[in-house]
Design a protein. Structure first.
Ligand code: IPE
Ligand code: IPE
Ligand code: MG
Length: 247
């Protein structure tokens, strides 16, 4: 049966954030090295991006490399960086054809120069696309993001551009890497781990969390639709009572 038919297209999450986890274990299960797992992650990324466009998700944010991932063996980090470069190059015509606007969040200047260059090119060439905003979190850490925001706001206070009394949630939002993205509605993590791993802490304050045991390279659109259907079965109360929501 086509799972998509069970989705209420009027109530799709506006912003879905994904922690693509389990590449290493997937490869290990096949007697291969971890890098083989990363190389097999692209089909899942494509399927989730296409499925998102199809049902009308406007923002999709994919955790591709965390600030903590720099601690992995150099060979793996290098492989991930070159995969990033080759994938972005390869996918650019597809992003254009599918009207996808590519965006990136994280400490982007810590990426290798050639990766920064390709990323810049792809972001720039897709900036007028309108179907969906596909954000890659690269060298991303939520705590680092918040520290940066505090530094930048403090500078403005010192320069008298911002008055302390006027600092609000909106001020903080505007100084995060995600300043141009809405709050996360649904967070999906694959591979059975049930943690947030320093991802979008502020932005996920009221997100619905969804965990699945599927390893990322095996993740397909039907799994994604399962997550969307589960999301639609939850009652998002935002602190109110159930009666207030359903009235
Ligand atoms: C997710 O898969 C990809 C990245 C973190 C870059 P992992 O590489 O974390 O795979 P596991 O968790 O070791 O299986
Ligand atoms: C989180 O996965 C980061 C990405 C998916 C890019 P990890 O596999 O690095 O997370 P932990 O360290 O196991 O929590
Ligand atoms: Mg992992």
């Amino acid at each position: 049966m086509d799972k998509k038919l069970n989705i209420d297209l009027q109530r799709v999450p506006n912003h879905v954030a994904v922690i693509m986890d389990g590449n290493g274990r997937w490869a290990k299960g096949k007697g291969m090295n971890r890098i083989f797992g990363h190389r097999n992650a692209l089909t899942a990324i494509r399927q989730v991006a296409d499925a998102s466009s199809e049902i009308g998700v406007k923002f999709l944010t994919m955790y591709a490399f965390s600030t903590e991932n720099w601690k992995r063996p150099k060979l793996e980090v290098d492989a991930l960086m070159s995969l990033l470069i080759s994938t972005l190059k390869k996918e650019l015509p597809e992003f254009q054809r599918k009207n996808v606007k590519v965006n990136a969040i994280g400490n982007l200047t810590s990426l290798p120069k050639n990766a920064q260059k390709v990323l810049e090119d792809v972001i720039n060439s897709t900036k007028n696309n309108t179907k969906i905003t596909l954000t890659f979190a690269l060298s991303y850490g939520s705590r680092e993001e918040i520290v940066n925001a505090i530094k930048n706001i403090s500078k403005k206070v010192v320069n008298k551009e911002v008055n302390i009394e006027e600092i609000s949630e909106k001020t903080i939002n505007n100084h995060l890497y995600t300043f141009n993205l809405p709050d996360v509605d649904l967070m999906i993590r694959t591979s059975g781990e049930q943690r947030i791993s320093n991802y979008l802490l502020w932005q996920m304050a009221y997100a619905e969390l969804y965990f699945t045991d599927i390893l990322w390279p095996d993740y397909r659109e039907e799994h994604y639709y399962d997550a969307i259907i589960e999301y639609q079965n939850r009652e998002r109360r935002f602190g109110k009572t159930s009666e207030q929501i359903t009235e």
